[in-house]
Ligand binder design. Structure first.
Ligand code: S3P
Length: 745
């Protein structure tokens, strides 16, 4: 994290000299004077008068008239001169500089700085610590000196093998005191990264403005050049001498990235020439997603790769009642499948109601990585330009699936049928989840899959295998395993069939049919013939019953509540929660039943009714598999004992949901007894306390709901993952009357 600027109680060094009082040198000198890092900050600039002006403005304590005078007695020397001037300045100051002085710099090209030092000293002495603050503006000169310039900016230090550790630590503290975040990198890596992220954009801006300024009608161009041109070319007003130095010194890295960029530009030129809108959309949608992604990273907001670094805590005041009419986001299982099948289809697939949660966005990004053009999501609308069953391309790197087990398991089957190799990774929670349950049966089909330690991610899937249809008798009731096999079956020779020990969600089967692919279902056996085609279609994703569950339970347990939840998917393989809550005595009405795009949908009206404990029928377990954390809260509010058996699968979800829920309930004073395959919950009064979600979205949301019946404040730690399935949970919870406050750090 970037440090807040601070003031040292004691100066860290006696004398610090800055040579070159331009924007960077001046700003650093000013910031260090204010932080009290050095007893005395001395400045020198080759422009006569600038150092004096610096002294008048409070940028430096003392202006030196000559280089020799400037470095006399300096403990730290900061070279803030153009990169190509370093060698001559160093040569001139060397005889006057003490042996124990630390030398650092601020130049944009580190290879060149290190070479200059070597030329003057014959080697890079251990007290040389090369540095580069990634900050600046198009302004230059001493008058632009700004002590806030480095706050929340990055500074890269590029120490060499024998750089002195104490010197490096001191320079790190120096930069931190300006409010900067200090990173470390090799010289070579720094110059590559900066060529791409800073040098190339400057080159393009300079070149574009110069080209347009040279056109005959340039007045017209500049008169009408509005926001886009202005924004894009702001950096073309930067210091020309400094930038000409940078390109002359970082030649090779700049040329490499320039060539790469030129190829990209050439291919969009060709696409425009031949009227190829899909290629253009592909470039633009990928760029838009990448731009938004890095914005989120910079802002520290939730996004698949950054999510786990945020600490989100929920604070819930006890009591309240639940009222209103709400619509929860789209179904997660169906959203994943819409992207997968849409990408494998021929033609365009348009999706509405897509869940813009981290899990389904991870799936979407994966297919973009494999070359599929996907527009959106915008307000739940997504447009997928299908590539056909054999049109995916290898991703440029490993596919990162965040927290999403569904993505990884279903993709295992799909990727097993491709001609190329793939690697899939995930976050800490996903990296603990069992993957052999899909890898083993897929291997029987001829797939070549390597799992990580203990059968867990990462997964490497070797492409180019000939898959053959098999029959697989599933030992566990898992829709993910079934779907993985059916997706691999699309690529297999002959028939692929599975039997399930109990019915599981059948969205894959329904959606395949929606894409025109024949799927046979006889009793508990599902089969399909490989080698067919999928035809792009329209998909309307219903609201997710798993998300609706938190609000069903909220209303069911809270006296005085009355809630309508609209457009909820009520696929018969998903309604275990309705059946279980009704058995407990809940007042749930399923209204306005209709079919939307092959999936049944209804509005659910929920009112408070006293609940009683029950023995949960085992046949309902797979039909309510994701809903148990919330059902446990209902059980804690019921009169009597609720017993769950046959649910060992709960132990391998995003967390061990039996143990983690039992721990939380115990904290709230609810009596539970944990069994290997279930739990016994004794209904009774609930107190407050601090519970941990173990990064499991459904645990966090369940305890939020519990607050309605708790007698004290509930604090829930580790809630960032709610964004995986329910990005607007907090807003909806507050809207219906749950007293929830969020803190993030
Ligand atoms: C899912 C299937 C279930 C469920 C998961 C989504 C799916 O997992 O828990 O949240 O979309 O196929 P299992 O197949 O492991 O039971």
């Amino acid at each position: 994290m970037a440090q807040a600027p601070f003031r040292f109680e004691q100066p860290q060094v006696r004398r610090l000299t800055v040579i070159g009082l331009g924007l960077i040198g001046g700003s650093l000198a000013k910031a260090l004077r204010l932080s009290g890092f050095a007893e005395q900050v001395v400045g020198y600039d080759q422009r006569p008068g600038d150092a004096r002006k610096g002294q008048e403005l409070g940028v430096v304590d003392l202006a030196a008239d000559t280089l020799a005078e400037a470095v006399q007695g300096a403990n730290i020397l900061v070279l803030a001169v153009p990169v190509r001037a370093v060698e001559s300045v160093l040569a001139e100051v060397k005889p006057h500089l003490g042996e124990s002085a630390i030398i650092t710099d601020v130049g944009s090209v580190k290879g060149c700085f290190v070479d200059s030092v070597r030329k003057v000293y014959g080697r890079v002495p251990p007290l040389v610590v090369p540095g580069h603050p990634i900050a600046g503006s198009e302004k230059s000169g001493i008058l632009a000196a700004d002590e806030k310039l480095f706050r929340k900016h990055k500074v890269i230090l590029t120490p060499l093998q024998d750089t002195d550790a104490k010197a490096e630590a001191l320079i790190t503290r120096m930069w931190q005191s300006t409010g900067a975040e200090v990173l470390h990198m090799s010289v070579e890596r720094h110059d590559e990264v900066l060529a791409a992220t800073s040098h190339l954009p400057h080159l393009i801006a300079f070149s574009l403005v110069d080209t347009l300024a040279g056109e005959g009608d340039n007045k017209e161009i500049f008169r009408y050049a509005a926001g886009g041109f202005r924004d894009f070319t702001r950096i073309a007003a930067s210091d020309p001498v400094m930038w000409h130095d940078i390109f002359l010194t970082n030649r090779d890295a700049t040329l490499r990235v320039l060539d790469h960029f030129s190829q990209g530009l050439q291919s969009v030129r060709e696409a425009i020439e031949r009227g190829d809108g899909e290629t253009l959309l592909g470039v633009f949608t990928r760029a838009k997603a990448a731009r938004e992604h890095f914005n989120k990273i910079l802002e520290g907001k939730s996004y698949i790769a950054t999510m786990n670094t945020r600490q989100v805590t929920y604070y819930l005041q006890p009591g309240g009642s639940v009222q209103g009419r709400i619509r929860v986001p789209g179904d997660k299982s169906i959203s994943h499948r819409s992207i997968m099948l849409g990408s494998l289809a021929e033609g365009v697939t348009e999706v509405e109601g897509f869940l813009e949660g981290e899990d389904s966005l991870a799936t979407l990004q994966t297919f973009r990585d494999m070359g599929v053009v996907i527009e959106g999501p915008v307000d739940g609308r997504v447009k997928i330009y299908g590539k056909g069953l054999h049109g995916l391309k290898p991703a440029p790197g490993a596919l990162y699936l965040g927290n999403s087990g569904t993505s990884m398991r279903l993709l295992s089957g799909l990727l097993a049928g491709q001609s190329f190799d793939s690697v899939m990774t995930g976050d800490a929670s996903l990296s603990k989840r069992p993957m052999e349950r899909v890898a083993q049966p897929l291997r029987l089909m001829g797939a070549k899959i390597q799992t990580g330690e203990g059968g867990r991610p990462p997964l490497t899937i070797f492409g180019g295998q000939r898959l053959k249809g098999i029959h697989y008798d599933m030992p566990v009731a898992s829709a993910q395993v079934k779907s993985a096999l059916l997706l691999a079956g699309l690529y297999a020779e002959g028939v692929t069939s599975v039997t399930e020990p109990a019915p599981t969600r059948d969205h894959t089967e329904r959606m395949l049919r929606g894409f025109g692919y024949e799927v046979q279902v006889e009793g508990n056996k599902i089969s399909l013939q490989g080698g067919g085609r999928l035809q792009g279609t329209k998909i309307d994703v219903p609201s997710d019953i798993s998300s609706a569950t938190f609000f069903m339970v909220a209303a069911v347990i809270t006296p005085g509540s009355d809630l309508m939840i609209e457009h909820v998917g009520i696929n018969p393989t998903r309604i275990g929660v309705i059946n279980i809550l009704r058995l407990m005595g809940a007042d749930l009405e399923v209204l306005n039943e209709r079919e939307v795009g092959g999936e049944p949908v209804a509005d659910i009206h929920v009112r408070y009714a006293p609940l009683k404990g029950i023995q949960i029928p085992e046949d309902q377990v797979p039909l309510a598999i994701d809903e148990f954390p919330a059902i446990f809260i209902a059980a804690a509010c019921a009169e009597g004992t609720t017993v769950l058996t046959g649910a060992e699968e709960l132990r391998v979800k995003e967390s061990d949901r039996i143990q983690v829920m039992a721990d939380g309930l115990t904290t709230l004073g609810v009596k539970t007894e944990v069994k290997p395959d279930g739990i016994i919950i004794q209904g009774g009064p609930m107190g407050g306390g601090e519970v941990h979600s173990h990064s499991d979205h459904r645990i966090a949301m369940s305890f939020a709901v519990a607050s309605l019946r708790a007698q004290g404040e509930i604090v829930i730690r580790d809630c960032a993952n709610v964004a995986t399935s329910f990005p607007n949970f907090v807003e909806l919870a507050q809207e219906v009357g749950i007293q929830l406050r969020v803190e993030e750090d």
